[in-house]
Design a protein around this ligand. Structure first.
Ligand code: NAP
Length: 246
């Protein structure tokens, strides 16, 4: 796959899956807008992209903020003139059982995981409709498809991401914008580092392919959806989960 001449914006690309997606797109020729709340992490991603010979611009916008997201897309337009690919990857967890979950835990997860995707899709669509080309890939989760104990906030937000994806696939098709989602299963990243070994072993036993996924496993699905090999695919959810949920 060749992304030469394309610009991609990847939210939450300071670490984990987002960083791998940004580097894989850059390795295939794309210039990248690196977004993360942590400047230190985002800077490291920018340096690695520049070492690959591509251009990168850093933007520490909080995706939950409409204003900061609008400014990020303005920066992208100023620097690269357009954005062809947007990967809505930034996400957080604040797990708790229903009866213990606080309003703050609910609100934060909704603000970042759901409103963040809405904010970025709105700004992306405005820009992409001008050029008549766009690929939006939203990172959902197996939790959003099958539910998960202790994740009522996270599962609801990720289920919502699937609904955003299907709705915008219908709304934005007229502008030649494809909107798809990738739903990862259990992936080894900083987000899952703190999961106790006992729980990790239990999870791995539920995966037919017998292993946790890697950030590369998710990036490969994203590359396909970001490329013109998937031109006739829109509104779909690609489950990259080792068979954990079918
Ligand atoms: P991660 O390593 O924690 O990466 C998430 C990134 O998003 C972090 O760099 C984080 O920054 C950034 N971020 C958090 N809040 C943000 C905000 N408001 N604005 C901009 N950036 C923000 O997690 P990951 O495992 O790579 O997860 C990436 C995506 O995959 C998430 O949407 C997650 O829900 C989804 N996912 C992951 C798994 C899994 O098993 N790992 C499974 C299913 C779905 P800081 O680190 O600086 O806070």
């Amino acid at each position: 796959m060749d992304f030469t001449g394309k610009t991609a914006l990847v939210t939450g690309s300071g670490s984990g899956i987002g960083k791998t997606i940004a580097l894989q797109l850059a390795a295939r020729g794309a210039d990248i807008v690196v977004n993360d709340v942590s400047q230190e992490h985002a800077k490291a991603t920018v340096e690695e992209i520049e070492n690959l010979g591509r251009s990168a611009v850093l933007c520490c916008a909080n995706v939950a903020s409409r204003t900061e997201v609008q400014e990020m897309f303005e920066l992208a337009k100023e620097k690269f003139g357009k954005v062809d690919i947007v990967v809505n990857n930034a996400g957080v967890t604040r797990d708790n059982f229903l009866l213990k979950m606080t309003d703050q835990e609910w609100d934060l997860v909704m603000d970042v995981n759901l409103k963040g995707v809405f904010n970025c899709c709105r700004s992306a669509a405005a820009l992409m409709s001008e050029t008549g080309y766009g690929k939006i890939i939203n990172i959902s989760s197996a939790s959003g498809q099958m539910g998960n104990i202790g994740q009522v906030n996270y599962a609801a937000s990720k289920g919502g991401v699937i609904s955003i994806t299907k709705t915008l696939a219908k709304e934005l098709a007229r502008y030649n914008i494809n909107v798809n989602a990738v739903a990862p299963g259990f992936i080894e990243t900083p987000m899952t580092e703190t999961v106790p070994d006992k729980v990790k072993d239990h999870l791995k036993r539920q995966i037919p392919l017998g292993r946790a996924g890697s950030p590369e496993d998710i990036a490969h699905a994203v590359l396909f959806l970001a490329s013109d090999l998937s031109s006739y695919i829109t509104g779909q959810v690609v489950a990259s989960n080792g068979g954990m949920y079918m």
